[in-house]
Design a protein around this ligand. Structure first.
Ligand code: GLC
Length: 482
C-alpha cells in the first residue's frame, strides 16, 4: 500500500509531545512491513527541511498554492515531504506556538489552507511528488480539515484519523471558516464541524474520516463518556463502529539500554551493573545529595493533563522519606513556576530542568528507580513504556493507556508497576509507599525490573491492527478488485 501520513510532529526534528515519537516510529514500522510511506509535514521557521534531516532529493511547489516542498528519503520505502510556505517558513517557533510560547493566533487558518492545498494536489492521480496515495492517515486537529476537503472535492482516497489527544479541538471562528472558503453547509452541529458556536478542526476529522483510531483501548472507551469526551463524546458515539483503540508501540532501536548512545554505560535484564552506574552518574550530574531512598523521575509536558499538581503536593512527603526527585519538561508558565519552587524549598533533594532534552530524558529513564505519571487523563503515554524498557518501575494513575500498559505489582502476579486511583494526593502517595516497600526488598525488586525490561512494546508487535484497518478500507473502495 502507498500511505500518505500527514502529521505536525516528527521526532527527532519537530517535537512537542508523544505525537512526534509515534509519527516517526509508526511510519518506520509500516514501511518495514513492506508498505510505502510518505510522511507529509509542515515546518515552521526558515529551516525547511531541517538541516540534519538528510539530503534533499527532490523539491517543488504544491499545485498553484504558495506552499513548497522538499523530499528526503529515509529508506527506499519511507520518504519525508517537508512543506514550507506562507504561515510556516515566515515564522519562528514550533508547530502550534511561537518560540516564546504564544499560540499562533491563526492556528487553524494556516493548517486549513495547507489542508486544502494537499487535497487539491491529490485530485489528479499523480503529481510532482508521486502517484496519488492509496490511503491517507492523519493525526489530531491540524489535519482534520484535510478530510473535509477530500470529501468535498470527491477525491477517492480512504482516510484514517488517529486521535492522540481529544483535549485539543482546534477551535476557530465563523469568520475563519468563511475565510477558508469551506462549503457553508458544513457549519452545522449535525454532520458538520460546528461545535458550541465555534468551528472545530478535530470534529471535522471525527465526522469525515472513514475510520477513527485512538492510541489505547482504554482511552477509546473513556472518550465515549462525558468525563473524558471534552464535549465530543456524542460525535464519537455516532462513530463508535468505526473507532478502534490501538496501543502505541515504541521504537526499540531508539529506546534500548543495551546500546543507547546517551548512557554512560549499557545494561540488559541479565546484567544490571550498567543501570547502577547510570543512577550514580545521574545523581552526580544533578548534584543531588546522597540518600538511602529511591530516586524517582517525572518527564513530560507541564500541563493540567499531566497532574503535576499532585506531584508538587506530595513531593515534601516523599523528601521526608529520603526520596530524591528529578523533573524534566516544559509547559504552562504557571505550572513551570510551581515546579521551579520545589528545589528552592528542598535543595539537594529535588532537581528541576525546564527544557525538552532527549539526552537528559534517556539518562533519567535509565538512572531512576521509579517513574511518576499522575496524569488526569492519558490517551496512551510513552514514558511509562520507555521507563519499563530501562528497568524503571512506573507509578501511574489508573487511566487511559496507563491502564493498558501497567499492571499493579501488589495485585497481579505479573505486575509491571504501581497504579493508583482516585486521582488524589493521598492515593498517589500510598502507591509511592507501596513502591518503596517493593524497592526495599532487593530480591522482589530484581524480579520486577527484569520482568518489565522484557515486555515487548515494539511496533513490530503492535502495528498489525493499523494494516488490517487500511486493508478493510481499501477492500471497501468502489473501485477495489473483487
Ligand atoms: C499525546 C497523548 C499521549 C500519547 C501521545 C502519542 O501526547 O497525550 O498520551 O502517548 O499523544 O500518541
Amino acid at each position: 500500500m502507498r500511505i500518505a501520513f500527514v502529521t505536525t510532529e516528527l521526532a527527532p526534528w519537530i517535537k512537542v509531545g508523544g505525537l512526534a515519537d509515534v509519527s516517526a516510529s509508526l511510519a518506520r514500522a509500516l514501511s518495514a512491513l513492506g508498505h510505502t510511506v510518505q510522511i507529509l509535514i509542515p515546518v515552521t521557521g526558515p529551516d525547511c527541511p531541517p538541516r540534519s534531516a538528510g539530503a534533499v532529493e527532490r523539491s517543488g511547489s504544491i499545485g498553484n498554492s504558495s506552499f513548497v516542498w522538499h523530499a528526503t528519503a529515509l529508506s527506499s520505502h519511507l520518504e519525508i515531504i517537508w512543506i514550507g510556505g506562507v504561515g510556516f517558513s515566515d515564522r519562528r517557533g514550533g508547530p502550534y506556538a511561537s518560540s516564546t510560547g504564544e499560540e499562533w493566533p491563526d492556528g487553524v487558518l494556516r493548517y486549513g489552507r495547507l489542508c486544502e492545498a494537499l487535497a487539491r494536489a491529490w485530485i489528479s492521480p499523480g503529481n510532482e511528488w508521486g502517484p496519488r496515495p492509496d490511503l491517507v492517515h492523519v493525526h489530531d486537529w491540524p489535519t482534520g480539515l484535510l478530510l473535509l476537503w477530500i470529501r468535498t472535492l470527491g477525491i477517492p482516497i480512504p482516510s484514517v484519523l488517529t486521535i492522540h489527544n481529544l483535549a485539543y479541538p482546534g477551535l476557530f471562528s465563523r469568520e475563519s471558516f468563511d475565510r477558508l472558503g469551506l462549503p457553508p453547509q458544513f457549519w452545522q452541529a449535525q454532520g458538520g464541524l460546528e461545535f458550541y458556536g465555534s468551528g472545530s478542526a478535530l470534529k471535522a476529522g471525527l465526522v469525515f474520516a472513514d475510520h477513527l483510531t485512538t492510541v489505547s483501548p482504554s482511552y477509546a472507551r473513556e472518550i465515549l463518556t462525558p468525563a473524558f469526551g471534552h464535549g465530543l463524546e456524542g460525535v464519537l458515539e455516532e462513530r463508535v463502529n468505526d473507532l478502534t483503540g490501538i496501543l502505541n508501540g515504541i521504537d526499540p532501536e531508539i529506546w534500548s539500554p543495551v546500546n543507547d548512545p546517551h548512557l554512560p554505560s549499557h545494561y540488559n535484564a541479565l546484567d544490571l551493573t550498567g543501570k547502577q552506574n547510570c543512577r550514580d552518574t545521574l545523581i552526580k550530574r544533578l548534584h543531588l545529595a546522597p540518600s538511602n531512598g529511591p530516586l524517582a523521575a517525572f518527564i513530560g509536558r507541564f500541563t493540567e493533563q499531566k497532574g503535576v499538581d499532585l506531584l508538587v503536593e506530595i513531593a515534601p512527603w516523599l523528601i521526608r522519606r529520603n526520596w530524591r526527585l528529578v523533573l524534566l519538561g516544559r509547559g504552562a508558565p504557571d505550572i513551570e513556576q510551581r515546579v521551579q519552587d520545589l528545589p528552592r524549598h528542598h535543595p539537594g533533594a529535588i532537581q528541576v530542568m525546564i527544557e525538552q532534552s532527549e539526552p537528559w530524558a534517556h539518562l533519567i529513564e535509565a538512572g531512576a528507580d521509579l517513574f511518576l505519571m499522575p496524569s488526569r487523563f492519558e490517551p496512551c503515554g510513552l514514558n511509562q513504556q520507555y521507563s519499563q524498557r530501562y528497568g524503571t518501575l512506573p507509578i501511574v494513575h489508573a487511566v487511559g493507556g496507563l491502564i493498558d500498559t501497567v499492571r499493579d505489582a501488589d495485585q497481579d502476579a505479573d505486575g509491571t508497576g504501581f497504579r493508583f486511583e482516585p486521582h488524589t494526593a493521598e492515593s498517589f502517595f500510598s502507591a509511592c509507599l507501596r513502591a518503596e516497600r517493593a524497592w526495599s526488598d532487593s530480591h522482589r525488586w530484581l524480579v520486577l525490573v527484569r520482568r518489565v525490561m522484557q515486555i515487548d512494546c515494539s511496533w513490530q508487535a503492535r502495528a498489525q491492527p493499523y494494516i488490517q484497518i487500511y486493508e478493510r478500507l481499501l477492500a471497501g473502495r468502489p473501485d477495489a478488485p473483487s
